[in-house]
Each structure stands twice: as structure tokens, then as C-alpha cells.
Design a binder for this molecule. Structure first.
Ligand SMILES: Nc1ncnc2c1ncn2[C@@H]1O[C@H](COP(=O)(O)OP(=O)(O)OP(=O)(O)O)[C@@H](O)[C@H]1O
Ligand SMILES: [Mg+2]
Length: 248
């Protein structure tokens, strides 16, 4: 089992778009059981897969774990792909985590029950750096960081890297990739150059700014499923190839 987190301190950078498409690619291309955990109270991944969380599911039940999680998992419309939906109660995850001993490792422990059941677990993370994030850092084998090429993205990346170093976390888990790139924008080109000059270990694949990705909200399905030939979908397929290489 490999746990792949889509994470960023920043909001609106493409975490959910990548989670939905990569989870679909893992399930369909590798034909292997895959779980997407929506950890964001906004429930965007849950929305894209047209899933309603069970009314009784809550952050509290999620953190207690065991069979309560099994009951909350829903099948998607696609073979091999299940989803653990989020709902608004997940806004309390941070406070509730505090009540557990080894509160930084709770998520890792909760997910360990799926070892052998799922080959890939994707975590669609909320934007922030909180106790939930620290759980994600412990649980994930690989942390994919979407970065829009701006100066602020560089700053937050450096902060996260320092946080990992200071906390004794494995910086080798951090895998940034460019998101919503507009090569025609000079600022984007310059920032990408600056990132590389500053030793940011960017993945080869990048996701361009693509209106088709934006329209996923109307289709409520992974772009790679209903329009695999478009530029955005091809970019997600390249990213999945890179992720597999880095997982090795
Ligand atoms: N490559 C892209 N090209 C164009 N629009 C995109 C692209 N990726 C994402 N978007 C759009 O940008 C917005 C934010 O994307 P997304 O929800 O994936 O980001 P996020 O990091 O998960 O946000 P949040 O932090 O709020 O969870 C959405 O409206 C989405 O449709
Ligand atoms: Mg999101």
C-alpha cells in the first residue's frame, strides 16, 4: 500500500483537481484497488464523484476508526475506485485529534487497516498547516505539492521545507510540481527559472492552466475519464507516470 497526499499550505492551487484525476488513473490504468480519502471539509473530491456522505458519518467516527471507516467508504462509478467522503464536521478534525495520544500518528494508524486491501490511497488535503497536516506528513509515503509559479508559492515551499527539517520529518517525501502554468506569462517563466535555480526538486510533469480542468465541476467526473485527449488530461497522465517512478 502506498499513500499519496496532495497537499499545500495554500488554497486553490490544484490539489483536488490532481487528487481526482490521479486517483482515477491509478484505479483504471493499474487496475488495482484505490481509495481516495477526502480530508477537506469543503468536500470537493466528494462532490466531483457525485457522492453524498452517509448522514451519520462524522469527523468523530472517522477518528475512532475501524469498522466505522469501512461503513463510510463508498464505491464510485468507476471500477477499482472507492471514496471516503468528507463532510463539514471535518472542520473539527484538528481539535478532536488533540484528544488522542500519539495525535500526530493517528491518521497513519487509521489507514494501516487498509494495507493489503488497497494498493493506493490518495489524500485530498485541506489547505493549512495544522495538526491534521502533521498527520498527513506522517501517513504519506509521498507528498505531492502543486505549485503555481509565483513568488508566494516559493515562500510557502521554503517554509514547509524548513518545518520538515525542524520537525525531523523526511524532506525526501516532498515532491513539488507546477500547477496552472501559463507559459505565455513572463512571470511564470521567470518564476520557474528561479525555482530551478534555487534547487526546488520539481517533478518533470507539470499541469498547464487549462479551461477543461476548470469545467470538471459541471461534468462532476475526472477529466481523464471523459476527455482523455485534452491537454489537461494528458498532463495528469504524465504526472501519474512521474509519481509511479518516484514511488519506486
Ligand atoms: N490546471 C488547471 N487549469 C485551470 N483551472 C484549474 C486547474 N486546476 C484547478 N483549476 C481550478 O482552480 C480552482 C482550484 O482548484 P482545486 O480545487 O483543484 O484547488 P485546491 O488546491 O484543491 O483548492 P482548496 O485549497 O480550496 O482545496 C478550481 O476552480 C479548479 O477548477
Ligand atoms: Mg481542494
Amino acid at each position: 500500500m502506498k499513500t499519496i497526499a496532495l497537499y499545500s499550505i495554500k488554497g486553490g492551487v490544484g490539489k483536488t483537481a490532481a487528487s481526482v484525476n490521479l486517483a482515477y488513473l491509478a484505479a483504471s490504468r493499474e487496475q488495482t484497488p484505490t481509495l481516495l480519502c477526502d480530508l477537506d471539509p469543503q468536500g470537493a473530491s466528494t462532490f466531483y464523484f457525485r457522492i453524498q456522505p452517509k448522514p451519520k458519518h462524522s469527523s468523530r467516527k472517522f477518528l475512532k476508526g475501524g469498522k466505522r471507516i469501512d461503513k463510510a467508504i463508498r464505491g464510485t462509478d468507476y471500477p477499482n475506485l472507492d471514496l471516503l467522503p468528507a463532510d463539514l464536521s471535518y472542520r473539527n478534525l484538528d481539535i478532536e485529534l488533540n484528544g488522542f495520544s500519539h495525535s500526530r500518528r493517528r491518521l497513519k494508524r487509521l489507514l494501516s487497516r487498509f494495507d493489503g486491501e488497497y494498493t493506493y490511497i490518495f489524500l485530498d488535503c485541506p489547505p493549512n498547516i495544522t495538526l491534521v497536516s502533521e498527520n498527513i506528513f506522517e501517513a504519506a509515503d509521498i507528498i505531492l505539492l502543486p505549485m503555481i509559479p509565483t513568488t508566494l508559492s516559493m515562500l510557502t515551499y521554503r517554509k514547509l521545507f524548513s518545518f520538515f527539517e525542524e520537525s525531523g520529518l523526511d524532506t525526501g517525501k516532498l515532491h513539488p510540481f507546477l500547477s496552472m502554468v501559463e507559459p505565455r506569462k513572463r512571470m511564470h517563466r521567470d518564476t520557474v527559472r528561479e525555482m530551478m535555480a534555487n534547487g526546488v526538486n520539481l517533478m518533470n510533469a507539470f499541469i498547464p492552466y487549462n479551461a477543461e480542468v476548470e469545467q470538471m465541476g459541471f461534468h462532476r467526473a475526472p477529466l481523464v475519464h471523459y476527455r482523455p485527449g485534452c491537454a489537461g488530461a494528458k498532463a495528469f497522465a504524465n504526472l501519474w507516470r512521474d509519481v509511479k517512478t518516484r514511488l519506486k
